[in-house]
Design a protein around this ligand. Structure first.
Ligand code: SAM
Length: 279
């Protein structure tokens, strides 16, 4: 028996005016993502990864063309088992939801998941990344993806930042949004939490006095603090750092892109922890 075909379990939707479709389309706006505590992930692989990682799905939308596809049928069955809605949508509806001409065959709506800052107790060997007022969703998504790649313990968003659950940021994570714990905090709450942080706090600053390759990152936990794209780290955050690192540059560029600088730092901090490529 095909569980997803049970009457009432799969709703066919062909109109963009359908209230369920309207709710999903509204997730393009942060206000509605916050209200619904939800966000959208596109693509079959991402939806499977999210379900495997235990994320809670509320709605699965799949294209008519996905009917009969065993992988799609399986995620539909998992969604039903989790108490979620399953919608079989026309291409027009999927395009409207994803705002793309060639939409993915599958879109999942998931509950957001945040880690509370005061529950984070960094352990030896862990690296945490804190981003001050990151503005660009592509940068944030790329940092989350890179944090995942190096096995960082999580990313903390400080101050007024772009939303990691926006479609653009989620896309840029390439699925790592489901793998990397995320926390958010006001600058004051972050500074208070930092006082109880027992490891090394390394800020990156264009005026940093130490070459990032000369720092002994040790074996305790490391907190890497990165500044805002336009303004860099404000004084209050820079002063809380044990070290201010600079990545040397030649040429005419004023600075590196935030996500690139984070990648350079994370690979240096995690250099010994990452296995060498055999060959
Ligand atoms: N105009 C900003 C400034 O004066 O700091 C540039 C900010 S830069 C685009 C964004 C962040 O990336 C910086 O706050 C810092 O954390 C990091 N960054 C970029 N290039 C860096 C470098 N060469 N050395 C250290 N950190 C760097």
């Amino acid at each position: 028996m095909n569980e997803t075909r049970a009457p009432g379990r799969v709703k066919e939707v062909t109109s963009v005016a359908n209230p369920l479709v309207k709710d999903i389309k509204a997730l393009a706006l942060k206000k509605f993502r916050d209200q619904q505590n939800a966000f959208m992930a596109e693509g079959l692989k991402l939806v499977i990864d999210a379900l495997d990682a235990g994320w809670s799905i509320t709605t699965l939308v799949f294209a008519k063309a996905g009917r009969g596809n065993p992988a799609v049928e399986k995620v539909a069955a998992r969604t039903v088992a989790a108490g979620g809605n399953v919608l079989e949508a026309s291409e027009k509806v999927l395009s409207a939801i994803t705002r793309r001409d060639n939409p993915q065959m599958v879109v999942g709506v998931f509950r957001q998941r945040w880690t509370k800052l005061d529950t984070i107790r960094p352990k030896p060997g862990e690296v945490w990344v804190a981003l001050d007022r990151v503005r660009d969703p592509g940068n944030l998504g790329t940092v989350i993806r890179t944090a995942d790649a190096v096995g960082a313990a999580g990313v903390i968003l400080v101050g007024d930042t772009t939303d990691p659950f926006s479609v653009e940021a989620t896309r840029a994570t390439m699925g790592s949004v489901f793998a990397v714990p995320l926390a958010k905090a006001s600058p004051e709450a972050f500074l208070a939490w930092r006082r109880s942080f027992s490891g090394l706090v390394v800020g990156t600053h264009l005026a940093g006095s130490t070459d990032y390759r000369r720092i002994d990152y040790g074996s305790g936990p490391v907190l890497l603090l990165m500044g805002n794209e336009q303004q860099g780290l404000p004084d209050a955050l820079a002063q809380t750092c044990d070290r201010l690192a600079r990545i040397p540059q030649t040429g005419k560029a004023d600075s590196l892109n935030l996500a690139v600088a984070t990648g350079v730092m994370l690979y240096e901090i995690r250099r010994k922890a990452l296995p060498e490529v055999a060959g």
